[in-house]
Design a protein around this ligand. Structure first.
Ligand SMILES: Cc1cc2nc3c(=O)[nH]c(=O)nc-3n(C[C@H](O)[C@H](O)[C@H](O)COP(=O)(O)OP(=O)(O)OC[C@H]3O[C@@H](n4cnc5c(N)ncnc54)[C@H](O)[C@@H]3O)c2cc1C
Length: 411
């Protein structure tokens, strides 16, 4: 499966997952002189997708990778997020650029697929090898290296294996066992899908809130397609009883029955969508991000949930630091310890943002909705101090990005 003739001096590294953390860590490892293979269970890097944010030190990483102008060109320039009352009237509007300072102040919002394409494009023509439709079935770490066996039946030996395979990481399961003990369920499930832009929305999102049930529509620029989300609060994780898509569709339709505004239209679109994605809103908290020569980065190690808005930035920053530390130390154990020491406080601080994000975006009771809406209606008169997101910004930028130029010179 793998061409050994390209093996470089620094060692062979296997990366599992080609989305955001995977191509980022691969790019830096390649630059530092490692021999890198990335496997991805899907047939290709997934394009399209909902808008995500790249902020603070993640923008600096993108700059050091030479893709900042590409990121800025892909910025979706969202003009407003409108919050609707249960009768469909407007409770308030947020203008993202007034909170973040916009693209010029290191806060870029772009479709997830544009980011993965940029990252993949950077590494596709380097000596990084990509293998699609592949997954690890076992890892055998003998202290001197790791033998990975693949779904295809092949097996290969590596110096280090890196799991970048997301919230429900396969590598994490192989390393530490089933997900449950490490998953912090935040009390919501969501359904994401696309549908025609029937409201002719442009550069904006609409959020419709009722206690425990929320509908979000997001228009990337003037796209004829909307990204729709039906989110509901649920004390219990419904996966055990609703594993198949038919059952998941039925559950969501039941939960949104009788809800007003355009929700019935969204439910119909959800029932017909061929790109439906159902998942829980949860975080990953692990005591350690590595074991032996296998290490995790991105959502697999420290998923913060979309309520923090920081998953992509953490994935990029974590991948950069992990690669840098692997280049800076001879021993993977020392590199992993240094990576965790730098990254863990930053990841935790950003994970903690999800609580405020939940209170603001997905308030659970009518009283909490009223409090949120009052804050929104006050925004017009005090647009500086009380802006939601103001305090988060300090957290987004609370890491000083290390330099690894020494490791580049020594390669
Ligand atoms: C609805 C929603 C909205 C979001 N909004 C935002 C936002 O506004 N801002 C933000 O910063 N973040 C947001 N996020 C979070 C963000 O998408 C993730 O945090 C980010 O994608 C994590 O990147 P990652 O590379 O660690 O993992 P992922 O992007 O999850 O990628 C994991 C990759 O591993 C692959 N994979 C899975 N299993 C295997 C296997 N067995 N073998 C090989 N490959 C495998 C997958 O196919 C995928 O390509 C949002 C997420 C969701 C779901």
């Amino acid at each position: 499966m793998i061409d050994r003739t390209h093996t470089k001096q620094r060692g062979r590294i296997l990366v599992s997952g080609a989305s955001i953390a995977g191509p980022t860590v691969a790019y830096w490892l390649d630059r530092f002189g490692f021999d890198v293979t990335v496997i991805e269970q899907a047939g290709a890097v997934r394009g399209g997708g909902y808008p995500i944010d790249v902020r603070g030190p993640a923008v600096e990483v993108a700059k050091r990778m030479g893709i900042l102008s590409g990121l800025r060109s892909a910025h979706i320039d969202a003009k407003r997020i409108t919050f609707l009352l249960s009768n469909g009237s407007v409770a308030g509007t947020i203008r993202p650029e007034e909170i973040t300072g916009g693209v010029e102040s290191h806060d870029i919002e772009l479709p997830r697929g544009d980011l993965t394409e940029l990252l993949y494009g950077l590494t596709r023509n380097s000596s990084v090898r990509y293998v699609f439709n592949e997954s690890i079935t076992s890892v055998d770490d003998d202290g001197k290296g790791v033998t990975a066996t693949f779904r295809s039946g092949a097996s290969e030996r590596y110096d280090v294996v890196i799991g970048t395979d997301g919230l429900h990481s396969n590598t994490r399961r192989l390393l530490f066992g089933p997900e449950e003990p490490f998953s912090n369920y935040l009390g919501y499930c969501y359904n994401g899908f696309t549908m025609p832009n029937f409201l002719a929305l442009s550069h904006e999102s609409l959020t419709y809130t009722t206690p425990g049930r929320y509908a979000v529509l997001s228009a990337v620029r003037n796209s004829p397609v909307l990204h729709a989300f039906l989110i509901f609060a649920s004390e219990e994780i419904p996966f055990s009883r609703h594993q198949d898509p038919v059952s998941q569709r039925r559950l969501v339709a039941e939960r949104f029955e009788g809800i007003g505004w355009e929700v019935p239209r969204l439910v119909t679109a959800m029932e017909q969508a061929d790109d439906l994605y159902f998942d829980v809103v949860s975080q990953i908290h692990l005591e350690r991000w590595s074991k032996g020569r296998v290490v995790l980065v991105g959502d697999s190690a420290f998923a913060p949930s979309f309520l923090s808005g920081q998953g992509s930035s953490l994935a990029i920053v974590g991948a950069y630091i992990l690669a840098g530390e692997l280049a800076a130390w001879d021993n993977p154990a020392q590199a992993f310890a240094a990576y965790e020491k730098l990254m863990r406080p930053y990841a935790l601080a950003n994970q903690n943002l999800a609580a405020d994000g939940g209170d603001f975006l997905l308030p659970l009771t009518q009283k909490a909705i009223d409090v949120r809406n009052r804050a929104l209606s006050n925004l017009g008169s005090s647009r500086t101090k009380e802006m939601p997101g103001e305090t988060s910004r300090g957290v987004h930028c609370s890491l000083r990005l290390p330099e690894y130029s020494g490791a580049l010179e020594n390669r």
